[in-house]
Design a protein around this ligand. Structure first.
Ligand SMILES: [Zn+2]
Length: 242
């Protein structure tokens, strides 16, 4: 009798567990296992998953400030609305998905690239939007080729890449080698804020962003925030905490 009661209690416990997890469909069980860490999901993400999408919300200035980093992830269902290909030149290897960015950054991005050209700087698009699944493949391929430790150091885990927001893009030059000290890198660093972009992972801020210096990765945050972040030499994390 006691054993039956015990079995019954275990059954009840498991049932509640399954019910709870299926209700909490923002993250699947696999996702929880995948990361293991306690993470917070962005509020907008909850809205998307709650089928409560207000398309006008996306034009709200605050949405430009969506934070994605090691501690703030996006669900695998998160996809920006109206992904569009900007009218700029891309490198040859970029795939069709990565040519897309969120519609809200199309004009600022085109203006940035055109203004650079006027000043004699040729910038090319390299990688914009990446879906959860693309990031997952990228991560898994890196694990296969370089090992888990290397992958964890250099490739964001699926759900934790800013590229899933559609608000950022990797820029390169005609040599496809945009690093610190190149004229294209210097131009981006000193001018991208004029168009509402920031160098998202600056040199010397690796302990805050959790990412190595990336002079090619620009992120749209709106002109006001970009100007403030540039002038005060801070990161998006620091800006959001101020
Ligand atoms: Zn990037």
């Amino acid at each position: 009798m006691k054993r039956k009661l015990k079995r019954f209690l275990i059954f009840i416990l498991i049932s509640f567990g399954v019910l709870y997890l299926s209700k909490n469909d923002i993250l699947s069980i696999k996702d929880l296992l995948f990361d293991g860490n306690k993470i917070s999901l962005n509020e907008k993400d909850n809205l998307v998953n709650g089928n409560n999408i207000n398309t006008n919300n996306y034009a709200n200035t605050n949405d430009y400030l969506l934070l994605v980093n090691k501690n703030h992830g996006l669900s695998k269902n998160y996809k920006p609305e109206n992904l569009t290909i900007p009218n700029i030149k891309f490198t040859n290897l970029v795939n069709n998905e990565e040519k897309h960015v969120s519609e809200v950054i199309i004009k600022p991005l085109e203006n940035l690239v055109n203004e650079a050209k006027n000043e004699g700087i040729i910038l090319l698009g390299n990688s914009g939007y990446r879906s959860y699944n693309s990031q997952k493949n990228l991560f898994n391929n890196r694990v296969k080729s370089q090992g888990l430790e290397n992958a964890e150091s250099y490739v964001a885990k699926p759900g934790f890449s800013e590229h899933q927001t559609g608000l950022c893009i990797d820029i390169t030059n005609e040599n496809e080698f945009l690093i610190q000290g190149t004229k294209e890198g210097d131009w981006l660093e000193n001018n991208c804020h004029r168009f509402g972009f920031i160098i998202r992972y600056p040199l010397g801020k690796e302990d805050i962003t959790g990412i190595e210096y990336e002079p090619w990765h620009i992120r749209y945050v709106g002109e006001e925030a970009a100007k403030y972040i540039y002038e005060n030499k801070i990161t998006l994390e620091e800006y959001l905490e101020k």
